[in-house]
Design a protein around this ligand. Structure first.
Ligand code: SF4
Length: 456
């Protein structure tokens, strides 16, 4: 691509500006050394997926730094137990590295399981465990026999790939629980919700929509997660998968093993939430046509409530320019649609883990001049924000300081937020947050913006 942004030579093919040359973006590759990628490690990816299982014990086998890195990283609110919010570590030291950490791991499990009485335990392998070669699987097998609950190894050595590989190993760990309760009865109009992590209560909003439609939610993987619900999840009629990257592996496995079909959905924005509910209703229409009738009624009720406040936000935001940088590209599709509804132009969009198909779809959706970027870094993104004169950045915790330093509004659409952004009410929360941040008078005092004004 031709741009004023100084790109590392090895990264040039991971950036594309729509309208400039043929689309051939490279992705799904390891981060370039020295690029300061915003991506996280395999271990972090596995924690993101498994952390919300609230009645499980989460034990990080490794040095203490890994545990602090992912301790209480997300909202992942629970309606009951909160054992997930305690993060345990075997705190491996120099001597353990020399003599091995297996005994310490077994000792930790013997101490923690009787004390906290979890329904299952996840044992995460980190980089150092991969280096010293502890047989974590053998320890977990022994602990399962001795302590009477499933003790599940999560092979998540940080260096062993990217965050996306962490999703895969987390799905493998969840897969060992799925199908272990074959007796609890489940309705034939039932689903599992996959890839929803209940960061700020979103899972409850969505579950309530399905309840109103007459669809039983057997389990949510993994928001407000419970081990017993995961164990019987293979009895649901349909898997409804949100978030392109993280739980698709499990959906694929369940399709193969238990013949459960799956559909991909998004719960962000009026258009996508409505479509998701209609798609699920459509799946059950033959068995029970009333599900579709209830879905139509629900969407009508909810959309009417949003009309006036959304119009107010649109009037205030019209003509603003936004940049988006998210983990999985699937979320970006919905964000572009919501921002369009609000009259906001998207001038940069990128993701940490998108694949070729995702980026092709983004290129299709975006307006000419939009920068599309894979696995970006702060230096590149800062330049894009300045060059494209962005008013609002939508990203995660690692992008927040960048936005504030550059004097642009910011909306956290990632792990750390405290306000639900999914569903119809979440769409309004998003619009109001975007308004409050992008239009805040504080940006008048940003040195960059003041300079811009002087230069005009
Ligand atoms: S697993 Fe490895 S890369 Fe991940 S936090 Fe621990 S030391 Fe760092």
């Amino acid at each position: 691509m031709t741009t004023a942004v100084p790109l590392l030579k090895e990264r040039e093919k991971q950036v594309y500006e729509k309208g400039k040359g043929q689309f051939d973006l490279q992705c799904d590759r390891k981060s370039v050394a020295g690029s300061v990628s915003q991506r996280a490690c395999v271990f972090c990816g596995s924690r993101v997926v498994l952390y919300p299982v609230a009645d499980a014990l989460h034990l990080v086998h490794g040095s203490i730094g890994c545990a602090s890195y992912t301790w209480d990283i997300r909202g992942s609110v629970s309606s009951g137990p909160e054992l997930h919010r305690l993060c345990f570590s075997t705190d491996l030291r120099e001597k353990d590295v020399i003599h091995g950490g297996e005994k310490k791991l077994m000792q930790a499990l013997r101490e923690l399981i009787p004390l906290h009485k979890p329904k299952a335990a996840f044992v995460y392998s980190t980089c150092i465990v991969g280096v010293i070669g502890d047989d974590v699987q053998a320890v977990c097998r022994k602990a399962t026999e001795e302590l009477g609950i499933p003790v599940i190894p999560v092979q998540s050595e940080g260096f062993n790939g990217t965050k996306k590989d962490g999703y895969r190993v987390a799905c493998k760990a969840l897969g060992t629980l799925v199908g272990t309760d074959g007796t609890t009865p489940v309705s034939e109009i039932s689903i599992n919700i996959l890839g929803e992590f209940n960061l700020a209560g979103e899972a409850w909003i969505i579950e309530d929509y399905y309840r109103r439609m007459g669809v039983e939610v057997v389990s949510i993987l993994t928001g407000d997660g419970r081990v017993d619900k995961i164990r019987k999840s293979h009895r649901a009629a349909l898997n409804v998968v949100q978030c392109s990257g993280s739980l698709t592996y499990l959906a694929e496995e369940m399709k193969e093993k238990y013949a459960i079909p799956y559909i991909r959905v998004s719960y962000f924005g009026i258009e996508d939430v409505s479509k998701s509910l209609y798609d699920v209703a459509g799946f059950f229409e033959e068995k029970d046509p009333a599900v579709m009738e209830r879905a139509v009624e629900l969407v009508r009720e909810e959309v009417v409530k949003l009309q006036a406040p959304m119009d107010r936000c649109r009037r205030r935001l019209s003509g603003k320019r936004a940049a988006i940088y998210v983990g999985g590209a699937f979320k970006a599709f919905s964000l572009i649609k919501i921002l369009r509804t609000l009259g906001v132009d998207v001038v940069m969009v990128g993701s940490q883990t998108g694949n070729k198909q995702d980026y092709a779809q983004l290129a299709d959706m975006c307006d000419p001049g939009t920068v599309i970027v894979d696995d970006s870094n702060p230096m590149e993104m800062s330049r894009f924000i300045i060059d494209k004169d962005v008013d609002l950045f939508i990203g995660g915790v690692k992008e927040r300081p960048m936005a504030f330093k550059l004097g642009v509004g910011f909306c956290d659409h990632n792990h750390e937020r405290k306000t639900a952004l999914a569903g119809f009410e979440g769409t309004l929360n998003f619009a109001e947050e975007v308004c409050a941040s992008a239009l805040s008078p504080v940006w008048r005092f940003s040195p960059r913006r003041s300079q811009d004004r002087k230069g005009r």
